[in-house]
Design a protein around this ligand. Sequence first.
Ligand code: PLP
Length: 375
Amino acid sequence: MTKSVQARVARMLHHRKAALEQGDPVVPPITASATFHLPHVQAGGQIYGRNGNPSWDAVEAQLALLEEAEVVSFPSGMAAIAAALFATLRSGDRLVIPSDGYYVTRVLSDGFLRTLGVEVTQIATSAYATADFTGAAVVYLETPSNPGLEVVDIAGVASRARAAGARVIADNTTMTPLLQQPLDLGCDLVVASDTKAPAGHSDVLFGHVAGRDPAMIGRVRDWRRMAGAIPGPFEAFLVHRGLETLELRLERMCASAAVIAGRLSAHQSVRRLRYPGLAGDASHWAVGGQMANGGFLIGFELADAAAAEGFLARCPLIEQSTSFGGTHSAGERRARWGDMVPEGFIRLSVGVEPVEVLWTAIADALADQGMPATL
Ligand code: PLP
């Protein structure tokens, strides 16, 4: 993590200090109110619970420091993605999205935007490097992609897309603003699911859009108010708390992922492992550049669906769930959702378990084809 990002983290931890008065709570209160005292409309302050809420303000202030941008929060990553797309596209526009990124973004684009007259072009993440963006209104990228962990050269793609007249939106979910800063690399908007590592405890859904163009972010804010896709104050509180330990958790998760990826890649049952942090990985060129490190996600294949399901069921330290970025290591066979990956492909999200205990559980589950592994 660069010194400038470390400084952003430190500022985030103390973001409330300057405004605190004697006796104020250090931790932001959960403001559960749909209405606010409003004798005068133009006098400032909160208006109505769909327009704003002090609990959102607190988490948006943290994210704004991390992104060095204006931030609008949402009740999920998909709500943030929908807002960014609906705020930037109109009928007749062309949208470029990855064919191998998070599948719900594709389903949203095909199922809703296309029917409203947006032309949707899907290209593989690996093809962004050479794609022709002529005629595109929005180029949407996801890097490293979920689940294949393919990487886009963000600065290169952003500069070619902008030269072609397109706006660039980056889904930064797999990295978080601590490990990668797409706005610094020329993107117009960042979208992210804070359900993952930022909240970090698998107990809340949340998302945000960040941007530095006041008009563009203003349209995103208008979308939230008019569509009514607003986060709850308790959810905002949980994400605020999660963000305070994001750097610490990422440090453990990414260091452990590097160890486990190295050992898994040498294991006889494991094929085609992807981890950008490994020297031989096709995405390794980006690590130390646009990516601060290799992240906490690993992709790898076992022989077939049965071998992958058996491994996941046997390993006591891998939750069989469909998310990532939480404190618990979690894994799943992505082909079960129809992702274009081999049947035995597993996406593993490395958690905060002590790494040697985690590795022993993984190695035992790989070795023992019959018995449930024990600790
Ligand atoms: N973007 C990526 C890369 C994701 O992996 C996900 C969820 O898995 C989302 C967006 C959507 O986030 P949420 O589940 O918070 O709506």
